[in-house]
Design a binder for this molecule. Sequence first.
Ligand code: GUN
Length: 288
Amino acid sequence: MTAQIINGNDLAREIRKDIAERAAKLTAAGETPGLAVILVGDSPASMVYVLNKERACKANGIRSILEKYDASFTEEQLLERIRVLNADPTVHGILVQLPLPDHIDPRKVIEAIDPAKDMDCFSVFNTGMLMTGQPRIKPCTPHGVMKMLESINYPIRGAHAVIVGASNIVGKPMSMLLLQAGATITICNSKTRDLGHHTRLADILIAATGQRNIIKADMVKPGAVVIDVGVERDENGKLWSDVDFPNVKEVAGYITPVPGGVGPMTITMLLENAIEAAEKKLQSRQKQ
Ligand code: GUN
């Protein structure tokens, strides 16, 4: 069996048509959606991510405010920038690219962002809303994965989803969205004994560890949906991911490629969050 590919580029393109239309309507109503992205330091990977985000905003009618600071930018300076952006009515969303330099506490920074503008859904408030089944903002990567599962009409209710990686960015919020969609969840972490025992039980297998090729063909149940979130570029520029794609695709029913899988969906969900924040703002303005 060879797996069907879930093409993130095609799906993202489709969803971005709707996003661009909504952005145009917002602009016509005087509420041009604005997304601020802050990058501190000069990590090449983070630079690529934020430039991709900026390009995607511009291509879809969202005003992008990209603020780049060198690695010596202090925590207090960053908190001050967030206070200014929180108070700016033309900025609907704020994203601070992680990781931050060691002298800046990411928790302090995330909690300083107005929860209504927290485009990542990283704050304690937004995480709590998600956990209690009333999300105001959905976390970008997990939301993108849910859209990919929807695109193949996967019957999530009752399925067993195994998530490898328990990060705050992907693994934990992913488990909440899948649980709320009716799946049974296993979350594995770096200490899990006999990882393959768990992954072989998965109808939906989500790999989000950042460990190269951790998911091998003999760890996958035939016909499973395999979603590869981990991505890393090595010193020679070669792209690696969590899933041993050439071999796993011979066992899985569906699989996401890298590149062109989850990555474009994450950015698309970020754009959608910015649009939704601007639409909420417009609605509250119209009520006044
Ligand atoms: N660094 C890697 N992934 C992400 C993400 O989704 N959001 C932010 N803010 N930083 C990241």
